[in-house]
Design a protein. Structure first.
Length: 352
């Protein structure tokens, strides 16, 4: 792809990401419209589920200047009428000359926009761009596998411990890292923990200190119903789903109970994730603990991403599971490494 075309698609990706937390369960999509002289005349992104799509918003900005222009869009323009009219038709009616598509739509209901444009004589370039594919990966997983995109998040010391030594602060992350976590909490659909995390840490699992775009569902894996009923996670700040053995009665808990089958004393994770995807429209799920729950998801090939905050503290906590080894033993690609206060933030995509 020529440098100028890459520049426009990169800008479309940047725009798409602005919809994170409000576009879901739809995919994040961005669009840039460029005239024959290389001038950007329209920009748009899918700002909110149910509202105008990226192409429509960009065309509104471009107006008549969209005629004979090129549209760069991160995802194949939709070809069906749902909450909004088909974007492929909107591009045709605006008179664009060419459409550059980053990714083909994985949704069977929406796909076909490329063919519609080509049948009308519009030149279409399909890039199959890796960055565009990554942008819609959570959406593709939900529509193709009926599973959410699972982000395993944890904070650790440099030597791989998620627990600080006795008599020291239990907080490993610095303030900057905690803020980033709360910002992302306010953009995802759900947060999941195991029962041991509820018992040991008594988390609230809500976005705090930020302006959330959505309030995530809280999920507890508690096959034997060991969660203390007075735990913070059962307050009224957000919906909580208590996942437990289908042989037990959880009606005394002040939350929504989800009975599932149990294998070797543990909740069937495939069933749990499928329920979250199909019945609760969960696209992005953060797993915040603990190490045992994360290991089970990785072993079951249900984890998609590691999100790690590594503090320079060295604890020599040999008695705890070494999270460095988990990363090393998993096939991953590091897609982000940046400072976060005194911490270092890492994001790893899990391959295969």
């Amino acid at each position: 792809m020529p440098n100028d075309a890459q520049q426009y698609m990169t800008r479309a990706i940047e725009l798409a990401k602005l919809g994170h937390g409000s576009a879901e369960p739809n995919p994040m999509v961005g669009c840039v419209i460029v005239d024959d002289n290389g001038n950007v005349v329209g920009e748009g992104f899918h700002e909110k589920f149910g509202d105008g799509h990226a192409e429509v918003n960009a065309l509104k900005m471009a107006g008549k200047r969209a005629s004979n222009a090129t549209a760069y869009v991160t995802l194949e323009p939709c070809n069906h009428e749902g909450k909004t009219p088909p974007c492929a038709l909107a591009l045709l009616e605006a008179g664009v000359r060419k459409v550059v598509v980053g990714s083909v739509d994985p949704h069977q209901l929406s796909t076909g926009g490329i063919q519609t444009l080509q049948d009308a004589g519009i030149e279409v370039d399909v890039l199959n761009d890796s960055s565009c594919n990554m942008l819609i990966a959570p959406f593709a997983r939900r529509v193709n596998a009926q599973l959410p995109w699972v982000i395993c998040k944890w904070a650790q010391t440099v030597d791989g411990s998620t627990v600080t030594p006795e008599d020291e602060s239990p907080w490993i992350s610095c303030e900057e890292s905690l803020k980033r976590v709360h910002e992302e909490r306010g953009c995802v659909d759900a947060i999941l923990v195991g029962v041991n995390t509820v018992i040991e840490d008594n988390p609230t699992l809500t976005p705090r200190g930020v302006e959330p775009r959505r309030i995530p569902i809280r999920i507890v894996l508690d096959p034997s119903l060991r969660s203390p009923i007075e735990s913070n996670i059962f307050n009224s700040d957000a919906l909580t789903l208590l996942v437990h053995s289908d042989t037990l009665d959880a009606s005394h808990y002040p939350c929504k109970a989800i009975p599932v089958s149990i294998t070797e004393g543990e909740c069937n994770l495939d069933d749990v994730l499928n329920i979250l995807s199909t019945k609760y429209d969960v696209t992005n799920l953060i797993v915040e603990g603990g190490a045992q729950t994360i290991q089970r998801l990785v072993k079951a090939s249900l984890a998609n991403e590691f999100w790690v905050f590594k503090n320079p503290l060295n604890t020599n906590c040999d008695s705890y599971f070494n999270m460095n080894k988990l990363v090393e033993q998993t096939k991953t690609s590091c897609v982000l490494q940046r400072p976060s206060g005194v911490d270092t933030e890492f994001r790893y995509l899990i391959n295969g």
